[in-house]
Design a protein around this ligand. Structure first.
Ligand code: NAD
Length: 485
């Protein structure tokens, strides 16, 4: 039985609040579509404000007992969650493909990546270290301990429906926080399936609550207005992130914000061009370009620009487009009709400004929300597409002449999440990596995500880090105890 059939048959395609699976208080529902066909695949309740607040009640009722659980017990739960998710990688991948559309092989990779957050934070759960020192004046001891930040509101996007959830749930469990997960309305099923899996591996009722809602602003706002909620961990667009930061200010809620990106991908004349093309394919096309760290602007030195563009265009042109469940598919559909319309408009506008479409540029003739792999060359450095988070399989290429110009172009953005540098000169790679205003830089590699590495951005790409030891610290508060003895 597929996970979707199992969720529906067991009534677990509903809100998870305090260990109970229930309908929305007012009966509202979200219809989930398959982006490859535009057909409905399931419906789930759309949580109301009352449901959101009921989830805060549930999280509050067990907050103290959960915080007092031995770290080893929480570590063991996370370890079992890692094993259960890994064992069911194919089934979870199928669920992700059904509601989100990505190619099965990518969905499977996402599930394994998602599971790794459980394994990593299983280790971190027992490494909540404090410190003790003698004050410089010798009058006291300075004791620092880390305590759970409190009830945590986790708001996640649709592009990695499993990994964006586990990247928050893992550290929240490790830290001893109780939580409410509000997944994106396009992809609520994976979040509910993770809720069910956590129940099975021993997470007590009320510790992890899952409340999908199409009324995000209202429901998330009401939960943030409840002074019992002490943490907001948000992954999504910069636009929504700013709204939530303002709302969180009312009660000075601790915020971790993983927001949008506009990653530059720099190819210097001394780069291995084959490696750069391979890296650009990964950095641009992972998740069909629907990734916050997707290469959004490809800057190539003029001496190698023609060669790079030709080889990269050939790789893009040979990408197999189709439904995610087809084993030969490399590129699935975009998430929804709006996304496909937006990308089409963006490509059209850029072409009308003089860019050349060397590959793709349109929608394949099939149902669903597909867009062709597309390469745009001769893009002017000030074209609006370079100031837009493209979030699709479209790659604009711009040329540069000097290292200083490349760095200036890379930094000419309000965002600062990821950047990529290809060069045969490691000293240049490190110099440029240090000069680029971004939270993460890949040198001669297009894939940078790792649960053991601190993921996050600077400028308008966010606040805080996920993964690594830093990810645990986001769910802990430091308490200083002054002691004399
Ligand atoms: P989004 O901002 O539209 O939605 C994110 C989440 O916020 C969803 O759960 C949504 O339902 C909810 N939401 C929307 N409006 C809200 C409101 N007014 N109040 C409260 N909640 C609200 O983003 P998206 O389209 O789901 O995801 C794509 C965006 O996420 C891109 O900008 C991408 O770069 C970003 N992203 C960032 C990271 C990162 O780690 N920095 C990772 C993945 C995605």
């Amino acid at each position: 039985m597929s996970i979707l059939d199992d969720l529906v048959a067991s009534g677990r395609n509903r809100l998870l609040i305090g260990g109970e699976w229930r309908d929305a208080s007012d009966g509202a529902e979200i219809t989930v579509l398959d982006p490859a066909t535009a057909e409905p695949i399931a419906s789930v309740p759309s949580g109301s404000v009352a449901d959101g607040l009921a989830a805060v009640d549930a999280a509050s009722a067990v907050a103290a007992s959960w915080a007092a659980t031995p770290p080893r017990d929480r570590a063991e739960i996370l370890r079992r969650a890692f094993e259960a998710l890994t064992d069911r990688a194919d089934a979870f991948a199928e669920l992700i493909v059904r509601e989100m559309g990505k190619a099965f092989r990518e969905a499977r990779a996402e599930v394994l990546y998602a599971a790794e957050f459980f394994r990593w934070f299983s280790g971190e759960a027992v490494r909540n270290l404090g410190s003790i020192s003698t004050a410089p004046g010798g009058d006291k001891r300075i004791i620092s301990v880390h305590q759970p930040v409190g009830i945590s509101l986790l708001v996640t996007p649709w592009n990695f429906p499993a990994a964006m959830a586990t990247r928050k749930i893992g550290p929240a469990i490790a830290a001893g926080c109780t939580m409410i997960l509000k997944p994106a309305s396009d992809t609520p099923l994976t979040a509910l399936a993770i809720g069910a899996l956590l129940e099975e591996v021993g997470v007590p009722p009320g510790v992890v609550n899952v409340v999908p809602s199409a009324r995000s602003g209202e429901v998330v706002g009401a939960m943030l207005d409840d002074p019992r909620v002490r943490k907001l961990s948000f992954t999504g667009s910069t636009e929504v992130g700013k709204v939530l930061l303002e709302r969180a200010a009312r009660h000075v809620v601790n915020c971790s914000m993983e927001l949008g990106g506009n990653a530059p991908f720099l190819v210097f004349s001394d780069a291995d061009i084959d490696a750069a093309v391979e890296g650009a394919m990964v950095a641009k096309m992972r998740n069909g370009g629907q990734s916050c760290i997707a290469a959004n602007r490809i800057y190539v030195h003029a001496a190698v620009a023609a060669e790079f563009a030709e080889r990269f265009s050939a790789a893009m042109a040979s990408t197999r487009v189709g439904p995610g469940m087809d084993p030969s598919t490399e590129l699935g559909p975009l998430i929804n009709r709006q996304a496909a319309d937006d990308i089409a408009g963006l490509v059209e506008a850029t072409a009308s400004h003089g860019a050349r479409v060397t590959v793709g540029g349109g929608r394949p003739d099939r149902p669903g929300f597909f867009f062709e792999p597309t390469v745009l060359t001769d893009v002017a450095p000030d074209d609006p597409i370079l100031a837009t988070e493209i979030f699709g399989p479209v790659a604009p290429i711009v040329t540069f002449e000097t290292e200083e110009e490349a760095v200036a172009l890379a930094n000419d953005t309000l965002w600062g999440l990821a950047a990529y540098v290809y060069t045969g000169d490691l000293a240049r790679g490190l110099r440029v990596a240090e000069a680029i205003e971004a939270g993460m830089v890949g040198i001669n590699r297009g894939l940078i995500s790792d649960p053991a590495a601190p993921f996050g951005g600077v400028k308008e790409s966010g606040l805080g880090r996920e993964g690594a030891h830093e990810g645990l610290m986001e769910f802990l508060e430091t308490k200083y105890i002054a002691a004399t003895w």
